[in-house]
Design a binder for this molecule. Sequence first.
Ligand SMILES: [Zn+2]
Length: 220
Amino acid sequence: MSPTNFKIISCPHCEQLYENASNVSLSIREEDYYSDGYVSSISYLKIRSILKCVNAACGKIFNINEAKEVPKMGLDELFDPKWVNIFRLGGYEMEAEDLEAALNSEYCKTAVNEKKVRTFLLWKYNNSIRKAVETEFSPEIKQKALANGEKLIVLLDELTIVQDYIFKAELYRECGQFDECINLLLAIKNESGKERIVKEKIFSAAKLKYDRVFCMAYFR
Ligand SMILES: [Zn+2]
């Protein structure tokens, strides 16, 4: 990361500062696209947009877009505890337990935010089986993933773009509702070439009654 290339932001609820690297010096790497919309291997995408404040006295959930941008420090502030305790966001990701707790927080009072947190949670649960094709969910994660997927299906009540249809169809598939998945995919019109490939892969998986997340290796 280039040193000129970061922003200082602060938690909207307390004074905790974060160094938010934008990482434009990123080199092109191999990327894995997954059926659940998750993209791996791009370092900047690991900085997720929802944070749990690292200040123990605060601990509130916030969206990175709500954070205030703070001017960089001058020499006289160098030893101010606020600046000494700055938290670097590179590679920061909320854990499943934090995301589960976030669902009961003020932050998730709106459907938009709940949808976002539940999407991260879907990816988090799927991470446990994402790369290990032979592995199954543990019974506990399976139950949590199902409950989360079913809630997300209900939250996705307005489908406007093709991606929304594909994402909802994927959720149906991962929840074992294969007919609903297939019917929704069949309702998609005007998809792009890439979207058609994704659609057909999810369609085939649903026909086979396959409910795991899988890698869209085609885009590699
Ligand atoms: Zn805070």
